[in-house]
Design a protein around this ligand. Structure first.
Ligand SMILES: Cc1ncc(C[n+]2csc(CCOP(=O)(O)OP(=O)(O)O)c2C)c(N)n1
Ligand SMILES: [Mg+2]
Length: 325
């Protein structure tokens, strides 16, 4: 349903399902990483689910583009990518969405218009300017959603890109997922200002402050921003305040934050908030939620089995897909 709060049971049920899928997938990935089934870098999205789902459910999958950082599992699953193909990519198997050559940080799906997954902090931002430029140049009505972390907003590439977005009137939403830390450094220690929505004024663009723990706030504000980008070709900064429950990556014991801080965010858990709203509106029950949780665990287990049983990419494929034809 476009541009108004999603109220119907089916739509919200699907959102809840995907948020839960992301959570269960991430927590299972953490275990598998510990068992050394998954190698390399792996950055989990637990706690940030309402950001991916609130934004993605405000887009049109037939024409809008999505780009993000290495913390990309939530966006991939939220866009409806096959959990088996995502898990197999984490495993480095040939059945993975990037044929096992990208791993966790480089999920990709052209059909879903998902252009990564980027390991360079802020690296996806200039790429998003490219996709938004293409949309504008060809007079398409699609928009580009570019997600990045609070750490990336200090990269020069961000400032060059947003300047171009303004002067070329590009339909791009710059979505800052402010989870309070860039690796282990608190935003207040590295940012001249922490109200990132205010930075938009420096480029003559609107900025919005968004509660990233609240699906409805994310959805409502994204819907408006998408509409303006689509119709008026106006970019914006969306400063989404969120939190990651796990460490920065799997090698981070997260000693720079207190248990109380983590607990305070868990009390505002985005999945539980949505679930409670749906119970209040008589759209679901505790029992239905438990059944859903079991169903999702099975989906994730099938993804694990699929990954276990898949092969690693053959050595002969080493030079394939390196350059485009
Ligand atoms: C250009 C560049 N510099 C440094 C790094 C190392 N690095 C990886 S993640 C990260 C922190 C980024 O934090 P943030 O943008 O807030 O994203 P989050 O991990 O919190 O989602 C850094 C410094 C990198 N990958 N790329
Ligand atoms: Mg961060």
């Amino acid at each position: 349903m476009a541009y108004s709060i999603q109220k119907d049971k089916e739509t919200l049920g699907e959102v809840l399902r995907k948020m839960l899928l992301i959570r269960v997938f991430e927590e299972r990935s953490a275990q598998l990483y510990g068992l050394r089934k998954i190698g390399g870098f792996c950055h989990l999205y637990s706690g940030q689910e309402a950001v991916a789902m609130g934004t993605i459910s405000a887009t049109d999958p037939s024409k809008d583009y999505i780009l993000t950082s290495y913390r990309d599992h939530g966006h991939a699953l939220g866009l409806g990518m096959d959990p088996g193909a995502v898990m197999a990519e984490l495993y480095g198997k040939e059945t993975g969405c990037s044929k096992g050559k990208g791993g966790s940080m480089h999920l990709f799906d052209v059909e879903k218009k998902f252009f990564g997954g980027n390991g360079i902090v802020g690296g996806q931002i200039p790429v998003a300017i490219g996709t938004a430029f293409k949309q504008r140049y060809l007079n398409e009505t699609g928009v580009t959603l570019c997600f990045f972390g609070d750490g990336a907003i200090h990269q020069g590439a961000f400032h060059e890109s947003i300047n171009l977005a303004k002067i070329w009137q590009l339909p791009v939403l710059f979505i800052v997922e402010n989870n309070e830390y860039g690796m282990g450094t608190a935003v207040s220690r590295v940012s001249s200002i922490t109200e990132y929505e205010k930075k938009a004024a420096g480029y003559g663009l609107p900025g919005y402050l968004v509660d990233g723990m609240d699906y409805f706030d994310v959805y409502t504000k994204t819907s408006k921003a998408v509409e303006r980008a689509r119709k008026e070709h106006e970019a914006c900064i969306m400063h989404v305040k969120t939190y990651r429950y796990r460490g920065h990556s799997m090698s981070d014991p997260a000693k720079y934050r207190s248990k109380d801080e983590l607990q305070a965010y868990k009390e505002k858990d985005p999945i539980q908030q949505l679930f409670k709203h749906m119970v209040k509106e008589k759209m679901t029950t505790k029992k239905a939620y438990e059944t859903l949780e079991e169903e999702i665990k099975e989906i994730v287990e099938s993804a694990v089995t699929f990954s276990e049983e898949s092969n690693e990419p053959p050595i002969s494929s080493l030079y394939e897909d390196v350059f485009s034809d």
